[in-house]
Write a protein that binds this ligand. Structure first.
Ligand code: SF4
Length: 501
């Protein structure tokens, strides 16, 4: 329970003709396309104005397909005009269904009977938990969604008729990344993006409905074509059938998480007007440009005969394509990801090499005797990369392994919802940023990372629009800067502890 940190997907939908219909097909179609954001659990809550029990919630551990498997029954039972949904990621061990979302707050007062689905991480969780404890509110889980449940309830007690004020007051005391989908028993739905827009969220309209989701592919999957990013510090508000986009705070900025483009988001999504696929391919081209200088003495014949490029599937596929296009080197499928539903068995393998070998097939026919460029999106802990290199050498019989990484070295923890929160777990920290040490540890012939400047160029945004905290150690919120000092102190003292618990 103490290691629960969500990196999730949220969805919301409101039918604007006021008629109760089953919301299940819409919620299912959206959540299914965000399975990449979490497969541990899924759930939804619906509001039906004409039913006695107007606000209902359903959640279960497992993939979206598993959770929605009693589809016909759910379709019949969960009719209404508004709904929110959630798909959850959490690190291993945190499998308690009580941590699955949405969270539901039951109250006799209809405006305080509500459900929330959350994506992000509250960086000042500890302080806010203590503040609640002073009011005799004790949390039952370590999931920050529960904390938000009580924070929102406190605000609703004062401003039940004014949701923008509720979230403005929350923004004044919360630090971190938080996107929220909210519905209450008073026929209101709100989708809220944090003041810095760290995590993505977008919305769009289709005849008779408005919907929002963490990723644009989810909206496309229910037939929405015109999709808009919700600006930071803004909420989509639906009161009965009236829809408005409301800036709830003026203290806004931009600090979009660069990891969303590199690794986390669905490759077919658009974030802040930038295609995830094209961003990854551009990063591959930039890596290739740098490599051209290193290959100056190698002849065309040698390149064509001796070298191949292989991606680590799946997120590195477009990066590899860009890299191979740039250099004119043949791209091959040297590693094939095993599409298995048996995650539990794979994850229970005894050592990392065995786990990685279970997850990837090694295609010796294309690898044997070659000098191989392995294209990876990022290296966090280095364990997977190390095992892959071993497999390529022992099973693939490659001649050389040259690792090229689209994300610059990750030198610092994340406090905004990506699961890397201590210095100890980072390869770049274990090796003091020394590339030769990293090469040795991973067992590669060479290792090259993207530079931070090239990363920014590849993403096509300005430096000041991005969060680069884990690359530079400089964070976009005051609590991030405070937590990194604490995490560094813990690291130097040899204490392995997640700083925001
Ligand atoms: S610290 Fe890194 S992973 Fe975390 S939000 Fe910022 S860029 Fe993303």
């Amino acid at each position: 329970m103490s290691e629960i940190h969500d990196e999730c997907g949220i969805a919301a939908v409101a039918l604007l003709d006021g008629k109760d219909e089953s919301l299940i097909p819409l919620l299912y179609s959206m959540l299914l396309k965000m399975q990449n954001r979490g497969h541990l659990a899924a759930g939804f809550a619906t509001f039906a104005p004409h039913q006695k029990k107007c606000l209902k919630r359903y959640r279960e551990n497992g993939s979206v397909n598993h959770v929605f498997s009693p589809f016909a029954t759910l379709k019949d039972q969960y009719k209404g005009t508004k709904g929110i949904g959630h798909t959850r990621y959490a690190v291993s061990g945190s499998t308690d269904v009580e941590c699955a979302q949405p969270f539901l707050h039951r109250d006799g007062h209809i405006q305080r009977r509500f459900a929330i689905a959350f994506n992000g991480n509250i960086a000042n969780y500890r302080e806010r938990k203590e503040a609640l404890a002073q009011k005799n509110i004790a949390l039952e889980t370590t999931v920050d969604t529960e904390l938000l449940l009580y924070e929102i309830n406190e605000e609703l007690a004062q401003h039940a008729d004014n949701l923008p004020s509720v979230f403005a007051n929350l923004a004044a005391r919360l630090d971190g990344a938080y996107n929220l989908a909210f519905i209450n028993a008073n026929d209101e739905l709100a989708v809220v993006r944090d003041p810095l827009g760290i995590r993505p969220i977008c919305y769009g309209f289709k005849d008779g409905l408005v919907a929002a989701a963490s990723e644009s592919v989810a909206l496309e999957n229910i037939g929405i074509e015109n999709i808009t990013d919700l600006p930071p510090g803004t909420m989509l508000l639906v009161k009965k059938n009236d829809v408005s986009i409301v800036p709830y705070t003026t203290k806004t900025g931009r600090a979009h998480c660069m990891f969303e483009w590199i690794y986390f988001s669905n490759v077919c999504s658009m974030i802040e007007g930038r295609s995830v696929y094209e961003a990854r391919r551009a990063l591959g081209h930039l890596l290739g440009k740098r490599e051209r200088e290193r290959l100056a003495g190698v002849s065309e014949v040698e390149l064509a005969h001796d070298y191949i490029v292989i991606p680590v599937p799946n997120s590195a596929l477009p990066i590899s394509k860009g890299f191979a296009e740039e250099l004119g080197i043949r791209e091959e499928e040297g590693l094939i990801k095993v599409e298995s539903s048996e995650r539990t068995f794979i994850d229970s393998a005894e050592n990392k090499l065995e786990k990685v070998a279970n997850k990837f097939d090694v295609n010796r026919a294309v690898l044997e005797g070659k000098k191989v460029y392995v294209i990876e999106d990022s290296i966090v802990r280095g364990n997977t990369a190390k095992s892959l290199v071993e497999l390529l050498r022992t099973r693939g019989k490659v001649r050389e392994v040259h690792y090229r990484v689209a994300c610059p070295p990750i030198k610092s923890p994340c406090f905004y919802g990506i699961d890397m929160s201590t210095f100890q777990e980072l390869l770049a920290m274990q090796t003091e940023g020394d590339i030769t040490k990293m090469e040795k540890l991973l067992g590669v012939d060479s290792l090259v990372y993207q530079s931070v400047d090239d990363l920014i160029t590849g993403l096509g945004l300005r430096r000041e629009q991005l969060c680069l905290g884990c690359l530079t150690g400089k964070y976009p919120t005051p609590k991030g800067d405070e937590l990194v000092k604490e995490a560094l102190g813990n690291y130097q003292a040899g204490i392995k502890k997640r700083t925001y618990e």
